[in-house]
Design a protein. Structure first.
Length: 253
């Protein structure tokens, strides 16, 4: 039985290695297509290695015996995000960003964001690791897009990409921020619109004023969503002896 578990674990780990290999292949294709410089190559390779290492560690800790179809979709998205990251890093040293390629990779990554969850539910393979993996890929893509936009709009755009990481850091200081949140359609909508709005702004297809407005709207929506959730968590933490269900009813009313 131990041999079977070891064998399964190796199979799961092999999938992360394949993902890293596909990432390097994508970098090679991008390099040959646009003549990507050292900054893009180095950033893309660091992303591939870091993704492989962190995912391998998470899989080892979770002891999953199957990587699962949904995680494969998310790993594919992560590969595309790695390509976008390399393009953005390269743009710091190149005269211009290959907009069509940049928009194409980002758009596919955003479209696939709605696929992995459906695959997980339909195949009955939803896991905590899969949900976390999906969330981290989303968060990093938003961070990369905000970094790119900050070059033309200013450092305030970085608030969009760093807000979730600031929340996670704050939760280490104030444990009440780690409490589970109730399901929220508004939260999901705001999260989904971040990538769409930032891609629209970063595409260069809009006038400068419209680009600024779309980005500012994305930031305002995100501040509202985080503020709403933090307020709910704070109020909940102050209500001792009240069940979570009762608190949700009070907040809903």
């Amino acid at each position: 039985m131990a041999l079977n578990n070891t064998y399964d674990a190796r199979l799961v780990q092999q999938e992360t290695a394949v993902g890293a290999g596909v990432q390097i292949l994508l970098l090679a294709l991008l390099g040959s297509a646009i003549g990507m410089g050292p900054a893009g190559w180095l950033t893309g390779l660091v992303f591939a290695i870091a993704t492989w290492a962190l995912l391998s560690l998470a899989l080892h800790r979770s002891r999953l015996r199957s990587f699962g179809p949904a995680n494969r979709v998310t790993l594919g998205r992560a590969t595309l995000v790695g390509g976008v990251t390399a393009l953005v890093a390269d743009s710091f040293f190149q005269s211009s960003l290959p907009v069509t390629l940049f928009v194409g990779l980002t758009a596919v990554a955003l479209i696939l964001d709605g696929v992995d969850g459906k695959v997980a539910r339909r195949t009955g393979t939803s896991t905590a690791l899969g949900a976390r993996f999906d969330m981290e890929v989303d968060a990093f893509l938003i961070l990369v897009l905000s970094v790119y936009l900050s070059m033309s709009l200013g450092p305030w755009v970085l608030l969009i990409g760093t807000m979730r990481y600031a929340f996670v850091t704050a939760a280490r200081v104030w444990p009440w921020l780690n409490a589970p949140l109730p399901p929220s359609t508004a939260r999901k909508t705001v999260a989904a619109m971040q990538g769409v709005f930032l891609l629209l702004a970063a595409s260069g297809y809009l006038p400068h004023a419209a680009t600024f407005a779309v980005t500012a709207l994305a930031l305002a929506a995100l501040v509202w969503s985080f503020g709403r959730d933090i307020l709910w968590l704070y109020r909940t933490s102050r209500m001792e002896g009240v069940s979570v269900a009762e608190v949700r009813e009070l907040v809903a009313s």
